[in-house]
Design a protein around this ligand. Structure first.
Ligand SMILES: C[S@@+](CC[C@H](N)C(=O)[O-])C[C@H]1O[C@@H](n2cnc3c(N)ncnc32)[C@H](O)[C@@H]1O
Length: 212
């Protein structure tokens, strides 16, 4: 993706109205209604202490609700009214104690929560470089030492694993991160695990990091 295409995609996605329009029209292909197996595997592994969990860019709250069912105290953050409306209605229907907050995930400040788990499924890659840096600082404050951060993100088409994917045709419409973005989480975070997605048109990966 050229830097011009990338900045256009980021500009669109930095506007809550762009996301509202997607949720209101129902054009939300990412919202499968299924908790990603990577989240389930981490929770079921027993590595993560039950406590506060943050779901950054929570959307309609599928993962937030799963974590609440697993006895986490969940705060979901999103800047789309339409997404939060869906999230709130669904959590109320199940009587789950999720707290959904409208806010900018690049500037959230939940230092006093001291979360044991933060998840971000498809939000971080939308940010500008400045937004990503601010987000990393806020994340380091919000997560307690030893806590886990699970990230799902699109990867840029110049990442080595993308180049080696046979027949890969990079998407021109979505922003993406580089390995440099992951390296920048150090030294506050250590990478514990990563897994690359199978989708060849939108190369993606999961990253599990642990707070020092
Ligand atoms: C691709 S959707 C993923 C939603 C959800 N995590 C899921 O897996 O269904 C990205 C979400 O991030 C939210 N988002 C994007 N940028 C944001 C920002 N700066 N602050 C808060 N939310 C943001 C959007 O409103 C949208 O709900």
């Amino acid at each position: 993706m050229s830097s011009e295409e990338s900045s256009t995609a980021q500009r669109d996605r930095s506007d809550p109205n762009w996301w509202d329009a997607r949720y209101l029209s129902g054009d939300i292909p990412w919202d499968s209604g299924v908790t990603p197996p990577e989240v389930v595997a981490l929770v079921e592994s027993g590595r993560v202490e039950r406590g506060w969990a943050l779901d950054l860019g929570c959307g309609s709250g599928v993962t937030s609700r799963y974590l609440a069912r697993q006895s986490f105290r969940v705060v979901g953050i999103d800047f789309s009214h339409a997404a939060l409306r869906r999230a709130t209605i669904a959590a109320q229907a199940e009587r789950l104690p999720c707290l959904f907050v409208r806010g900018d995930a690049t500037h959230f400040d939940f230092a006093r929560i001291s979360a044991t788990l933060v998840v971000d499924i498809g939000c971080f890659h939308s940010f500008t470089a400045e937004g990503r840096a601010a987000y990393r600082r806020a994340l380091a404050r919000a997560l307690r030492p030893g806590g886990y951060y699970l990230l799902y993100s699109f990867l840029c088409d110049t990442c080595p694993t993308f180049a080696s994917a046979a027949g890969a045709e990079p998407s021109r419409e979505t922003p993406a991160i580089s390995y440099g973005d992951i390296a920048a989480f150090a030294p506050e975070f250590s990478l514990r695990w990563s897994a690359h997605g199978e989708d060849r048109t939108r190369h993606s990966a999961w990253f599990l990091m642990q707070r020092a």
